[in-house]
Design a protein around this ligand. Structure first.
Ligand code: KIV
Length: 310
């Protein structure tokens, strides 16, 4: 059985140069498939606001949404390290609130760690969480919860002042006790420099090849109806959106043309039982056929009474 990752093991992966793979997942099936595929870390990101709930930004995502989705993902991936996002404004209202909110993600959602956005300005919150025994992953660069303040989804750290701020933020998060940092949408040379200057793993998204690991969004890499899969930094590995749409369209057309269901999908019934129910002529009208087995006949009779499982 797979050994769940620990933050100690993650640090060792950085030291030995083994890249860390992280992928978002938001429910039981996505987390189960990610675990079966051997992912190192599952991130229940607040990107679920965009790709699962259909919002334009992550801002409307609530703590209840995060707890609900984290719990479902944790059920699907019991042997994988799960990080859950603290959503918008759940860690800016004082340390006590931050601690209580993070505790919900761990106690009710069964996350192993939490992630929050911001640099030096959230270092005190990070330190308080770590002091309480809650592992924290930082997130700097493009921080989607601040999209309106950043003026859109654009590459960060292109200018010297901005780059210096990112370096300082990364250092502040490390000093506050974060076990890892996500760097989003940052120029490749700056991301590489930040990664090599820290002792904790830096996981990049749109941050190039010099990071200690990579994270992408489940719906993006699978072309699963994601509005974001066209982004330059996303590599798509399958087109399940087209597969699902095609399958559903075949089902619709089978139902319309009565191609489905067929003999193999139905439960027959003994003629005699039908005769007892409806009498002679109605039996034929009911389209009865001899059951393949007695058990099937009984199941069918049950199903008609509303007691069947089918
Ligand atoms: O919410 C999320 O999915 C994230 C990743 C993009 C890093 O924060």
């Amino acid at each position: 059985m797979k050994q769940p990752l620990t933050i100690t093991k993650l640090k060792k992966m950085k030291q030995s140069g083994e890249p860390i793979s992280m992928l978002t997942a938001y429910d039981y099936p996505s987390a189960k498939l990610a675990e079966e595929a051997g992912i190192d870390i599952i991130l229940v990101g607040d990107s679920l606001g965009n790709v699962v709930l259909g919002y334009d930004t992550t801002i409307p995502v609530t703590l209840d949404d995060m707890v609900y989705h984290t719990r479902a993902a944790a059920r699907g991936a019991a042997h994988t390290f799960i990080v859950a996002d603290l959503p918008f404004m759940t860690y800016h209202l004082g340390k006590e609130t931050t601690l209580r909110n993070a505790a919900r993600l761990m106690q009710e959602g069964h996350a192993n760690a939490v992630k929050l956005e911001g640099g030096a300005e959230v270092a005190e919150e990070v330190a308080a969480l770590v002091k309480a025994g809650i592992p924290v992953m930082g997130h700097i660069g493009l921080t989607p919860q601040s999209v309106h303040q950043l003026g859109g989804y654009r590459v960060q750290g292109k200018l010297e002042k901005e780059a210096q701020q990112l370096i300082d933020d990364a250092k502040a998060l490390e000093a506050a006790g974060a076990f890892s940092i996500v760097l989003e949408l940052v120029t490749e040379p700056l991301a590489a420099a930040i990664s090599s200057s820290l002792s904790i793993p830096v996981i990049g998204i749109g941050a190039g090849r010099g990071c200690d690991g990579q994270v992408l969004v489940y719906h993006d890499i699978l072309q699963y109806a994601s509005p974001y899969m066209e982004k330059r930094f996303v590599k798509t590995y399958a087109d399940i959106g087209t597969t699902i749409r095609g399958a559903i369209s075949s089902y619709v057309s089978d139902v319309k043309s009565r191609e489905f269901p067929q003999q193999a999908h139905v439960f027959p019934m003994e003629q005699e039982v039908l005769r007892q129910l409806y009498g002679g002529t109605k039996t034929e009208a009911a389209g009865s056929q001899s059951p393949q087995t007695e058990q099937e006949g009984a199941a069918s009779a049950d199903a008609r009474k509303g007691g069947g499982q089918s």
